[in-house]
Ligand binder design. Structure first.
Ligand code: BG6
Length: 508
């Protein structure tokens, strides 16, 4: 990421600092920003959680993660960065923790000349979000009112909050969390994170669609047969069985309601009037509002759930989901989910969008596939049956890139036709791996750019779309789970769903 601007001095306060996300993603991302000189020299990071650690113990806990997969000579830079990283043991849901906590924040801000701007990051168990937000408000750590009354708002320090997913587990809980947030923070200071929006390839969707002339005219029901959005993972629940098997877990909630619907919205939205955050987010909200609510019949035929049983991954035997730690032996949780949705607009009338996501799949792969309709008339009668539809395949990860598949003549004396591929590959074109999503998202939150974060209406409307499915599944236990072996492409019911529509999943 080129350093075009440095952000203002600020303090970054991470709640839930002893958790996985802090060591795996947040601190390495902040370290990257520091190394790239994106952070102001006047910054400090304060981690908060209940574990009794000293500053040094916290730094030692983070160090191996920050240095992982990096050149050996970054250790010196880490030491300098780590001197601005601190830890405070406290229960952030309790009011009695706040006098000391606010004093610590003020002392660090003075020590590092970091001013009064604070970026809060909620990275703790979601059931602790609401009481923590309430306590932040009660401790007067947010100066909203003063900002609105000031003559020049831009000169006022800011307090922003990043909220990790899961953002609620149904429409009611998402709405409740939004209300609690809204009592303490203005919407313009609330950053609901969806790390898929931080992925280069997902952001490139906007450029692909709106910075080129040739794709947009065919990006509609007249030319597109259907759209697939797939996110497959080879990993299982990675020690998070307790969360995944809770009312917040399952592939429909964990992946489809959040990441995949965001990707779908970027594929389906109308061109925004500008690249401003509000204009883009308004267009995404319109997509969610236009998605047809799945009826009972539709759910029975077009919402597929699966759960992995024992199987083998790269030659190694792996346990069934129900054998994972923290998972009930009779769990009904979906580790695979697929759904067909319709976006009822003039652009997309009648075009199905198929979304699917699964754990313990044969391959890690996130992609968007736009399949086009056949030509109106086929001149190549002998080979007509073999003609494949044109496709645009956007590899979100890994092997980031875009491929355009079309038919070509096989050299020779006969008119043989075969599909060929034109491809754009990120690594070879731009010389380097796409940047980690969290660095970009943290930087955007510090500079006040909400484009890659979700508005409250997006979150609530995407929950409204999946809730009928979740209700139907809760009412009717699936007798046949587990229904796919680890290391495969998911339950056969999902292929049957596609075959019924004379289509098939795009599997490599
Ligand atoms: C998270 C989910 O939001 O995304 C995880 O909670 C999932 O279950 C992860 O593994 C996938 O992210 P990525 O970036 O690896 O596709």
């Amino acid at each position: 990421m080129p350093n075009t601007e440095r952000i203002e001095p600020c303090l970054i306060v991470i709640f839930g600092a002893s958790g996985d996300l802090t060591k795996r993603k947040l601190i390495p991302a902040l370290f990257d920003l520091y190394r790239g000189k994106h952070l102001s020299p006047n910054f400090a990071v304060l981690g908060i959680s209940r574990t009794e650690w000293s500053d040094d113990a916290f730094r030692e806990h983070l160090k191996p993660w920050a240095l992982k997969n990096r050149e050996p000579d970054v250790a010196g830079e880490w030491d300098a960065f780590a001197r601005q990283v601190y830890y405070h043991a406290a229960d952030s849901t309790q009011s009695h923790a706040y006098p000391e906590l606010t004093a610590r924040i003020a002392a660090l801000a003075r020590k590092h000349n970091a001013g009064q701007s604070v970026l809060f990051y909620l990275s703790m168990a979601p059931q602790l979000y609401e009481s923590t937000i309430e306590q932040i408000g009660a401790a007067h750590m947010v100066m909203e009112g003063k900002a609105w009354c000031s003559i020049n708002r831009d000169k006022m320090p800011w307090q922003r909050i990043i909220v990790e997913k899961p953002f609620g587990h149904d429409p009611q809980s998402a709405n409740q969390l939004n209300r609690v947030l809204g009592r303490v923070f203005e919407e313009e200071n609330i950053y609901r994170i969806d790390h898929y929006l931080g992925k280069e390839t997902v952001q490139n969707l906007l450029v692909f669609r709106f910075a080129n002339t040739i794709f947009e005219p065919i990006w509609n029901r007249n030319y597109v047969d259907h759209v697939q959005v797939t996110a497959m993972e080879t990993v299982g629940v990675e020690g998070r069985g307790g969360y995944y098997d809770s009312p917040s877990g399952g592939a429909m909630r964990d992946m489809i309601q959040s990441h995949l619907m965001q990707v779908m919205a970027l594929v389906a939205m109308e061109p925004p009037v500008s690249m401003r955050a509000d204009d883009i987010r308004n267009e995404k909200v319109k997509v969610f509002q236009a998605v047809r609510k799945p009826s009972v019949d539709h759910i029975a035929a077009y919402a597929i759930r699966g759960q992995y049983g024992r199987g083998s991954m790269e030659g190694q035997a792996v346990p069934a989901y129900r054998e994972e730690q923290g998972v009930s032996p009779s769990s009904q949780t979906d580790t695979y989910a697929a759904i067909q949705l319709y976006v009822d607009t003039w652009r997309w009338g009648g075009v199905p969008f198929y979304l699917r996501s699964g754990k313990r799949m044969a391959k890690k792969m996130t992609e968007i596939v736009i399949t086009f309709r056949p030509t109106p008339h086929c001149l190549f009668r002998e080979t007509a049956a073999k003609l494949k539809p044109n496709q645009i395949i956007i590899n979100v990860q890994p092997d980031e890139g875009i491929r355009l598949r079309f038919e070509g003549k096989v050299p020779g004396t006969r008119m043989d036709i075969r599909d060929v591929v034109m491809s754009f590959d990120y690594v070879s074109q731009f010389k380097g791996q796409p940047q980690e999503a969290y660095a970009r998202m943290l930087l955007d939150a510090m500079r006040g750019d909400q484009t890659l974060f979700k508005h409250r209406d997006e979150v609530e409307s995407s929950w409204n779309i999946v809730q009928p499915v979740l209700d139907a599944w809760a009412d009717q236990p699936h007798d046949d789970l587990p229904n796919y072996a680890a290391g495969t492409w998911g339950p056969s019911a999902s292929d049957v769903m596609m075959a019924r529509d004379n289509r098939h999943w795009h599997n490599p």
